[in-house]
Design a protein around this ligand. Sequence first.
Ligand SMILES: NC(=O)c1ccc[n+]([C@@H]2O[C@H](COP(=O)([O-])OP(=O)(O)OC[C@H]3O[C@@H](n4cnc5c(N)ncnc54)[C@H](OP(=O)(O)O)[C@@H]3O)[C@@H](O)[C@H]2O)c1
Length: 244
Amino acid sequence: MISFYREQGFIVTGASSGIGEGVALLLNELGATVVAIARREDKLNEMKLKAKNPENIFIEVKDLTEDIEGLPLYVKTLRAKYGKFQGMAYCAGLGGIHPLRSVDMETMQKIFAINYFAPVFMAKGFADKRNNTGQRSSMVFIASGGGIHCDPGMTCYSGSKGALIATMQSIAREIAPTGVRVNCVSPSLIETSMAGEIERQYAEGKYPFGLGKVSDVANMIVYLLSEQSKWITAQNYIIDCGAM
Ligand SMILES: NC(=O)c1ccc[n+]([C@@H]2O[C@H](COP(=O)([O-])OP(=O)(O)OC[C@H]3O[C@@H](n4cnc5c(N)ncnc54)[C@H](OP(=O)(O)O)[C@@H]3O)[C@@H](O)[C@H]2O)c1
């Protein structure tokens, strides 16, 4: 069974809703300390109210795209405040269907900013040995089934997630000698605010066990953050109910 000590601190981005909220609450329930990051302070506070051990959840309001190159310094300031981190779950992200005819640079940059550039620079910050606990610390990035099996209209989203999967595999192999593990989790449609009407229609009948729940993904992410997965790095786990 997975459990954590209070001294084990985890950064969770996107903790104000959906998968990130689920990961923050599960880590907290299992005993860890969580630094929960998102833009909506009210939603972060609502999440904290649901926590089993609210005294071990610390809220940080931050737009991760406002100064992407400054993110390594941001991680350093978090470490100065909370101590070295055992792990990070990067769950912030932005979806959307954008057929090729509607693609423009502004849309692409907005999606790539939060789905690709920000996680790369958060990884750079976490990988700095002054900020992590070394051996067996772990980063998990939420990519998407759409980063591998790319449906129509996904130029921006699939591009950002495919790039994330490729980059994280490279980073994992580069920093393995430092003891830090890096993995991606790639879900298909999960019941969160990101699962819009069009996505639901598209998924109709595709998943033999129905739409995925946040807990279906959160359990995998927490396993990859835990020492139970100490021999696993540079992987991308598809959670799609066998649909692909
Ligand atoms: N749901 C699915 O079907 C599905 C499938 C595959 C992959 N995913 C991926 O899973 C991840 C989580 O998605 P979700 O389904 O949980 O969606 P969600 O409920 O919409 O959560 C997205 C999170 O990202 C945060 N966020 C967005 N932009 C941000 C920014 N600029 N700075 C800081 N935080 C930001 C949001 O917080 P604030 O708005 O408070 O900032 C929110 O907490 C995403 O990467 C998504 O692509 C989801």
